[in-house]
Structure formats: structure tokens, C-alpha cells
Design a protein around this ligand. Structure first.
Ligand code: NAD
Length: 336
């Protein structure tokens, strides 16, 4: 059993904790609480052990912690750190490296923090036996999954992609916009260079903007190919690639809102959709040359990185068979 500790029990952390608890080869040592909230109450109800970070208001709210974060570190083989941007980097230097404990950080951290950036179906082996790795952001994970499939089948000359990003997560009352479309005023946006930390040889240029929605990101991509493609083959390619779901107008899955409703109706935990959803009708190949591919995809920001954390735990603790790990993880999530 791989003993996993979870630091940063928020949007990503609580999902990773549940996913770890579902794996037959993993044991969740516990989760941290930085301050009391409904998240802590739910963790307690689930029977997770709770370890305090610093001075907390847990006791005054009726929760007796099972120890502090150092107690959790002593028991764990590996930590998944899902704290906000920059805290994961500081935790590596302050907590994990001095105690020689392996750790995974998330996409808010920079590539140089761990020098290994991870998307299971693209570069599982790069994380094998590593002490530190980073799961790339939700957007980068989405781009890497579909572009890796396209690159392996046709070869990519270059990519231009635009990310239409949700303004905030559904629970988040602090971020927006609520009545504007906000372009990212940097060229390229950081997503392109981030993709190259996983797909090292793919030429990609990205732009991004935020919109008043909490339900998924939407990407539009134009990909110049080395080999000619036809639309039916591309549809089959995506259907046969792991963690990608082809969705259709005929199913009335015409928007991010309907995809999220579909995930809830399927009974997915928290109504999550960890697969990247590509719209069949929005796949196009420019017909005079057949080597320019266009498609659109939706990315559920709260969940697509969660299976990646599970596979990265296995890779870093020495499980060599990446395909098998992906299969085991997919099965536990109900992903085909
Ligand atoms: P979040 O704010 O929802 O959760 C962070 C949690 O960490 C909170 O529960 C907070 O109390 C806790 N925390 C804060 N400081 C801490 C500390 N010093 N020690 C322990 N716990 C601490 O954040 P999130 O959205 O889950 O993001 C976490 C990471 O995942 C970031 O790197 C982010 O960029 C990345 N990420 C977020 C999303 C998303 O859409 N939310 C998607 C992919 C990746």
C-alpha cells in the first residue's frame, strides 16, 4: 500500500483525497486543515484523519485534530500538495525536502519547482521514481491530452489555441468577471510554454481570455499537421484515446452547461467530468490541403487533473507500467 498524505484540502485536494481513498493500492493517511470550514466537517464525516497546519480554529469549532502536519509527514510515503500557488513550492523547501519525503505539487507552481511536469498519457515515465513532480494546470492537461493523440497519429507542425476560461470555480465568491470578457494581455499566454514542459517538441502559441461562467473552460484549436487527416479518422482517434470523450449535438451536449448536467446525471462524484470533451461537430479538416485540423474542447477545471495525481503517485513510487496505472485509475473513476 502506498501511504499518501494530502496537504491543502480545497477544490483539488478534496477530490484527490477521495480518489486516493478509492485506490486498492493506496492508503490515505489523512488531510490537513489550515482553518475550520465545511470542508473540514465533510472530511470528518468521511472518516479522514485531520492534521492541523499551524494555529487553527478547529478545536473551538468542535473538531479535535489527529495531530499536526508533521505527524502526517512522518507516516506518509508521499504527499500530494494542493495548496494555493507558491505555497507548494515553499512547502517542498520547508517541509518535504528536509524530511526526505516525496511530493507532488499542482499547476499553480512553476515547472522549475520540480523540473518534472506530468500528464499520465503523455509522459508517465518521466515521473518514475522522482522525488518531486508537478501536475500541470487544468488547461495545460486538456491541451496535452488531445494534442498528444494528434501528434502521435499525424505529427504536429504547429498549434494555435485560444483558451476561453471560466471566471471562477462555482463555490468562489471572490473572483470574476461577472459582467465582462477579459483578455489575457500577454502574448503568448503562459499555457503554450507550459504545454512544452510535457510535449517537449510541439510548437504551440496560445492566447486566453476569461468569461463570466463557472462551468468549464472551452478551448478552440487550429493544428497544422505533418500528415493529411480526414474528419472521420480524427473522430475515431479521439474516441479511442484515454480520458477524452467525444460529445455530440445529437445528445444535446451543445454547451459546457449541458456537459456538467450530464456528469451529474451519470452520478459522477461531485458531478465531475475528468475527461476532456471534444465536440464531434466542431472537428474540421480544411479540405483543400487536409493538413489543417480545427476542433473545440471543454475542460472541467475542478477534476481533469485528479486522475493525473493518482497516476503520478504510482509513477513516483516506482510502479513502472503507465498504461496499467491509467487503467486502474480510470476504472475507479468510471472512465471508459
Ligand atoms: P483552493 O483555494 O480551492 O484550495 C487550497 C486549500 O489549501 C484550501 O483548503 C486552503 O485552506 C489550504 N491551504 C492554504 N494554505 C495552506 C497551507 N499553508 N497549508 C495547508 N493548506 C493550506 O485551491 P485549488 O483551486 O484547489 O488550487 C490548488 C492548486 O491546484 C493550485 O496550484 C492551483 O493552481 C491548482 N489547480 C486549480 C484548479 C482549479 O480550477 N481550482 C485546477 C487545476 C489546478
Amino acid at each position: 500500500m502506498i501511504k499518501v498524505g494530502l496537504v491543502g484540502y480545497g477544490t483539488i485536494g478534496k477530490r484527490v483525497a477521495d480518489a486516493v481513498a478509492m485506490q486498492k493500492d493506496m492508503k490515505l493517511i489523512g488531510v490537513t486543515a489550515h482553518s475550520y470550514s465545511f470542508n473540514t466537517e465533510v472530511a470528518k464525516q468521511k472518516g479522514y484523519r485531520i492534521f492541523a497546519v499551524g494555529e487553527t480554529d478547529l478545536k473551538s469549532n468542535g473538531i479535535k485534530p489527529d495531530g499536526d502536519i508533521n505527524n502526517m509527514l512522518e507516516e506518509a510515503d508521499i504527499i500530494v500538495d494542493a495548496t494555493p500557488k507558491d505555497i507548494g513550492r515553499d512547502n517542498i523547501e520547508r517541509l518535504y525536502r528536509p524530511k526526505k519525503i516525496k511530493a507532488i505539487v499542482q499547476g499553480g507552481e512553476k515547472h522549475k519547482t520540480t523540473s518534472t511536469s506530468f500528464v499520465a498519457q503523455c509522459n508517465y515515465n518521466e515521473a518514475l521514481n522522482k522525488d518531486y513532480a508537478r501536475i500541470v494546470s487544468c488547461n495545460t492537461t486538456g491541451l496535452c491530452r488531445t494534442l498528444d493523440a494528434v501528434n502521435k497519429r499525424y505529427g504536429i507542425t504547429s498549434v494555435h489555441a485560444t483558451m476561453i476560461r471560466r471566471g471562477a470555480d462555482p463555490w468562489d465568491i471572490y473572483h470574476g468577471p461577472i459582467n465582462a470578457i477579459v483578455p489575457v494581455l500577454e502574448m503568448p499566454s503562459h499555457h503554450g510554454p507550459d504545454v512544452q514542459t510535457v510535449l517537449h517538441n510541439v510548437e504551440i502559441f496560445t492566447t486566453a481570455l476569461s468569461v463570466p461562467s463557472t462551468l468549464m473552460h472551452l478551448h478552440t484549436l487550429t493544428v497544422d499537421l505533418k500528415k493529411k487527416a480526414n474528419m472521420n479518422d480524427v473522430v475515431e482517434l479521439f474516441k479511442n484515446s484515454t480520458r477524452i470523450r467525444v460529445v455530440r449535438n445529437a445528445e444535446h451536449l451543445r454547451s459546457t452547461a449541458e456537459i456538467m448536467e450530464f456528469a451529474r446525471d451519470m452520478g459522477r462524484l461531485r458531478g465531475d467530468m475528468p475527461e476532456i470533451c471534444v465536440w464531434e461537430e466542431a472537428i474540421g479538416v480544411i479540405s483543400n490541403t487536409h493538413n489543417k485540423l480545427l476542433y473545440m474542447q471543454a475542460v472541467h477545471q475542478e477534476s481533469d487533473v485528479v486522475p493525473e495525481n493518482i497516476d503520478c503517485i504510482r509513477a513516483m513510487t516506482g510502479f513502472k507500467d503507465g498504461e496499467k496505472s491509467i487503467q486502474m485509475t480510470n476504472k475507479s473513476f468510471g472512465i471508459k
